[in-house]
Design a protein around this ligand. Structure first.
Ligand code: AKG
Ligand code: FE2
Length: 350
């Protein structure tokens, strides 16, 4: 619904054009979001079954959702909700620190990498009048925290605030089960692409597995003038988002309508990201999404970004290319693509 505030005009019901940071230009019908049931809820308990047919049945649901909308909820994922609760507590603790303290781990201190603190109202992803009303802290894969790591001594690249006991431990307490879940889900994605279940195993031994906590104060400006996080696509293969109960995540459907991805208790939202879109030659949709926090409350979320080993080539998946459907994207390594996107996102922040 359109909502007028004292600070800005009402939202536009007219077509809009924006340029995304993955280089694509996007036209959509209206900036006003709607309630719709286009985002499926998939029970993924079958991924842990010993029976191949159970795993394949989940894979077919994921195939349909990844192709049609690029977004789905997963339920019965098996991860204890207490880990997310700890992460949200740690997020509240970190974001309530004085800004000078948070700036000790400013992301600008680590060139080429997407780790550390991204300050409030620092940039606007879609050149909206007001800068995006959110702040974030990102951390990266750590071999020491990966039970299946090949080399546990390999150093991590994250930066951590001093004097915040339990912060790092609380965040990895959730990152590690998500990492194991994402590895399993990658096998299901292989099935979804009609490949052998182990087709991507080599790609995920040393994955790109960054995570972030985000804080969105309630916004008063209209969605035409400000977003919590502006319209964008994610860089990697897929993202697993844990959101609190404040709502605000919105997804752009293929027909150009903003759809609310309202919180579903106990679920994660999984969305396809750009590397998977490239590798599947657009069979999977890397869906544009944004956050607009009109709840009147603080919103917290914790996305986990899952991508392939930086050394590996992002070659097109054989079941997604043919003579009549040739590869659309140049092949590069996962690391080259990551650095290109991380630097671009960070430049946009300056
Ligand atoms: O906060 C959310 O729900 C989503 C955040 C997001 O899209 C991102 O950080 O890429
Ligand atoms: Fe995102």
């Amino acid at each position: 619904m359109s909502q007028t505030t004292q600070t800005t005009q009402a939202e536009t019901a007219e077509p809009i054009t924006i340029r995304l940071s993955n280089g694509k230009t996007l036209n959509f019908a209206s900036n006003i979001s709607q309630e719709a049931d286009e985002i499926p809820i998939i029970d993924v308990s079958g991924i842990y079954s010993d029976k191949f047919e159970d795993r394949q049945a989940v894979a077919e649901k994921i195939r349909e959702a990844s192709h049609r909308i690029g977004f789905f909820y997963v339920i019965n994922h098996g991860i204890d909700p207490k880990h997310a609760e700890v992460v949200f507590e740690q997020a509240k603790r970190f974001f309530s620190l004085p800004v000078e303290k948070k700036m000790e781990v400013y992301t600008g201190l680590v060139p080429n990498e997407f780790v550390g603190y991204h300050p409030m109202e620092h940039y606007s992803r879609t050149a909206a009048k007001q800068k995006d009303l959110s702040e974030a802290f990102n951390w990266a894969y750590s071999a020491a925290e990966d039970p299946e790591a090949i080399d546990k001594d390999e150093p991590g690249i994250s930066i951590w605030p001093s004097d915040l006991d339990g912060f790092r431990e609380g965040l990895y307490g959730y990152h590690t089960p998500l990492l194991q879940f994402a590895r399993k889900l990658t096998q299901i994605f292989a099935l979804a692409l009609h490949l052998p279940e182990n087709a991507f195993d080599e790609y995920t031994k040393k994955p790109e597995a960054g995570m972030r906590i985000l804080h969105y104060p309630p916004q008063e400006h209209s969605v035409d003038d400000q977003n919590g996080i502006g319209a964008h696509t994610d860089f990697e293969c897929f993202t697993i988002v844990t959101q609190d109960d404040s709502a605000g995540l919105e997804v752009l459907s293929k027909s150009g309508t903003w759809i609310k991805a309202n919180p579903v208790p106990g679920s994660f939202v999984v969305n396809i990201a750009d590397c998977f879109m490239r590798q599947t030659n657009d069979f999977f949709v890397s869906t544009v999404h944004r956050v607009v926090n009109k709840s009147g409350r603080e919103r917290y979320s914790a996305p986990f970004f899952w991508g392939f080993d930086r050394k590996m080539l992002l070659e097109p998946v054989p079941t997604c290319v043919s003579e009549t459907n040739p590869a659309k994207y140049p092949v590069m390594t996962a690391g080259e693509y990551y650095k290109f996107r991380a630097n671009k996102a960070k430049d946009d922040e300056l």
